[in-house]
Design a binder for this molecule. Structure first.
Ligand SMILES: [Zn+2]
Length: 139
């Protein structure tokens, strides 16, 4: 199994490249800020089950609430800085990297398959920055 830091970073990097800011905010507000799924769901107009679903994907990778919380907290600012590569135009989605039109359901698959290098590069960058900051704070 993947390093939880790398696995969670990859999950959220793909969400941000896809332009899914709501999933990222939901995960952060649930795991880091401790808001309830129904509060978050109400705020972003999604179901509380969806909020739990996003958080569960993170928990599956971390296997521990405190680990999930500290990883999401550490990577959150870096994730927010990533520019989405998918643009929504009148209900359609266009990949800015390759000009391909996508359906909503295919966006993440497209990013994982066609832009793997970009994903890998961002994940490595973020994971290394977080590890560097962790080792500095111990000293
Ligand atoms: Zn593309």
């Amino acid at each position: 199994m993947d390093d939880p830091l790398v696995a969670i970073t990859r999950y959220l990097v793909i969400k941000k490249l896809a332009g899914d800011v709501i999933a990222i905010m939901a995960v952060k507000e649930y795991l880091v800020d401790g808001l309830s799924p129904s509060t978050i769901g109400h705020k972003y107009n999604i179901s509380k089950f969806r909020v739990r679903g996003y958080a569960q994907r993170i928990m599956d990778k971390a296997r521990n609430h405190l680990v999930a919380q500290s990883i999401v907290k550490a990577i959150f600012p870096y994730i927010l800085n990533i520019e989405p590569i998918v643009l929504k135009v009148r209900g359609r989605y266009i990949c800015l990297k390759c000009d391909q039109q996508l359906t909503k359901a295919r966006i993440e698959h497209h990013i994982r398959k066609k832009h793997k290098e970009l994903v890998d590069q961002l994940v490595t960058q973020i994971a290394e920055s977080v590890k560097r900051r962790r080792s500095e704070s111990i000293v």
